[in-house]
Design a protein around this ligand. Structure first.
Ligand code: MTE
Ligand code: MO
Length: 345
């Protein structure tokens, strides 16, 4: 259970994972390669350099205790991270004057990357991490090496780090470019998403037609609306706002609803089959007759805890709600217990 001290250390909208349960987010393994692992330092440097894992291990190691905050609303506190400070590594290669950004590139199928202002990356104490909590980094969590940027959402920390590019102009990372994750990513300011500029007239037309199917409507504001019977199959609705909306009988099957807001919404008979509900907030919503089969619930919220530890704004859930037990384990302990108690009464 979250105590008060932990609550103060959690940025807004975050929840603690169960002890020892570190979720795997995004890619699950590196690209296959015969080459031994190396870390290249490239771009605007006087001497492009390649380090082996053994070399990295032989450099002075820095150990820090940090908190990890994923944009899908789960957090882990007091993680011991050990590795080489980015600042120490860059001192070895001679960074040119014109460098403003640093891009971390992973050895993965989609050449996943992320970037930061170089000054911020250094100031935040970015580590090239080799060990977590006293053990070498597991492959599923980015082993043998990943960068870890304290104080930013965890998508700024790439798994299977294989190249660091020093750049004069920014190059947007994979999530930042593909899904509109915020490029600055400060969890205390809730910098989760860039809000895309939706054209108001076409949005109004879609709202009137009640047909969102297949459309990209990230961050749309549909709070307080009557959208009963909405067809939103396979639509892209990350960060969408449906607070207080009436959505009786709507179909969100296959939709991407990560971090969507459904607080106090009327969701009776709604289909969320195979929907991505990571980080979605259902506090105070009516989910009677709703069907969540096959959906993913990492970081989702179904009730709040007030400062005294009492449950408030609980979603209305009863035997008519379909939430198969196999989709419950990714929930945080409070949410897991609440859903379990509703479904088994
Ligand atoms: N190569 C690679 N790195 C990545 C990702 C990814 O999909 N591929 N996902 C990012 C995101 S969104 C998060 S939250 C963390 C998740 O790390 P974990 O799976 O070790 O928890 O890795 C980040 N780094
Ligand atoms: Mo993430």
């Amino acid at each position: 259970m979250t105590n008060q001290n932990q609550t103060k250390r959690l940025p807004p909208g975050q929840q603690l994972v169960a002890p020892g349960k570190w979720p795997i987010i995004g890619e699950r393994k590196p690209a296959e390669s015969e080459q031994p692992w190396s870390l290249e330092i490239d771009g605007e440097v006087t001497q492009p350099t390649s380090f082996s894992i053994a070399e990295l291990q032989s450099f002075p190691q820095t150990e820090r205790i940090e908190n990890i905050h994923c944009v899908t609303r789960w957090s882990m506190l007091d993680v011991t991270i050990r590795g080489v400070l980015l600042a120490d590594l860059l001192n070895k290669v001679g960074v040119k004057e014109e460098v403003k950004f640093v891009s971390f590139v992973s050895r993965s199928e989609r050449n996943h990357s992320t970037s930061l202002l170089i000054d911020e990356a250094i100031e935040l104490g970015t580590l090239i991490a080799l060990n977590i909590n006293g053990k070498s980094l597991g492959l599923e969590h980015g082993g043998p090496i990943r960068n870890i940027v304290p104080g930013r959402y965890f998508y700024k920390s790439v798994k299977w780090l294989t190249r660091i590019d020093l750049l004069a102009t920014d190059r947007l990372g994979y999530w930042e470019a593909e899904t509109g994750y915020h490029n600055h990513a400060d969890p205390w300011k809730e910098e989760r998403y860039m809000v895309p500029s939706l054209d108001r007239r076409s949005v109004l037309k879609l709202l009137e037609s009640r047909d969102f199917s297949g459309h990209d409507l990230r961050s749309i504001n549909a709070s307080d609306r009557n959208l009963d019977g909405l067809n939103a199959r396979e639509s892209l609705l990350r960060d969408a706002n449906f607070k207080n909306a009436s959505l009786i009988g709507a179909d969100f099957s296959g939709a991407n609803l990560s971090n969507a807001h459904f607080e106090k919404a009327d969701l009776r008979q709604v289909k969320f089959i195979e929907a991505d509900l990571e980080g979605a907030d259902f506090a105070g919503a009516d989910l009677r007759g709703a069907n969540l089969t096959g959906s993913s619930l990492i970081g989702s919220t179904f009730c709040n805890l007030d400062s005294g530890g009492e449950i408030s704004a609980a979603a209305v859930i009863d035997q008519s709600t379909t939430i198969p037990p196999e989709i419950l384990p990714p929930l945080t302990p409070t949410q897991f217990e609440y859903l379990n108690s509703r479904l088994n009464q």
